[in-house]
Design a protein around this ligand. Sequence first.
Ligand SMILES: [Zn+2]
Length: 314
Amino acid sequence: MAAAQGNTYKGRFAPTPSGDLHFGSFVTAAASYLDARKNHGQWFVRIDDLDTAREVKGSAQAILTTLERFGFEWDGQVSYQSQHTERYRHFADVLLNQHQAYWCECSRKVITARCPVGEYGPVYDGYCRSRAVAPGANRSLRVITNQGANQTANQSVVFNDELKGESAIDLQATLGDFIIKRADGIFSYHLAVVVDDHDLGITHIVRGGDLHPLTGQQVFLQNSLHLTHPQYAHLPIVLDAGQRKLSKSSNAPPIDAAPAPAVLFQALTVLNHSPPDTLRGAPLNELWAWAIAHWQLEKVPGETNMMLPDLTSV
Ligand SMILES: [Zn+2]
């Protein structure tokens, strides 16, 4: 797969406004920011607020305030997925017109009862593919994952990840025809991300490793829509002492309680870019300057999980 190349590096950080920024998200923001700055690129912030039911009121602004407090400087205006619905509709229509998508009226309950279970849940069996279901309430829109020039002979979507290497995901075996517009009318995260990254001209995506297994769906949609592929790098996941992934709701210590330079120092250490001891207690701008000068994405561990440090102990 040819990654987007050129003089202009464009990266982004795209948090979901479902709670305050926690240390795991902070590490992701820092890594994508440093990679953009090291490459003299632009760095955008996008609020992925598509799923309004999961949105925590005030959380988008709180995330932006936290980013500002930590000295992140983004390019252009902050964008919001909730304002891009017409773009998602446009690209969904393209897939419909190309006969690569169809409406499905199967309820979750019916699918659970009928379909085999794969790695990520029920694998949709394509039941509605040839049924010519009309659009309407409680109908979801699915893409056909095993036709066209989308796949290699073994039907896997293949993409290169700068940290995890070549990755192949068999969509037909793990998901079946997946949803791009949900039965509640909300466009899927995958379609939205692909469209937004295209519209922003994003060339490099550095993001959390939890999204790595989902990248196949996004690469598939880029193929179907004839969009350029960004270069991906999926970071290892930050775990707590009990080996659990940090989440906004449970085990993630709020980073706002700790001094900002201490949090950045620890984030750099977790990313295998430990600053020299002489920078302990240094102000944020000195830490950022050191980190940008010394950033090497390939130094970040590809597979090993990262352990949550004690944010109070720098
Ligand atoms: Zn169906």
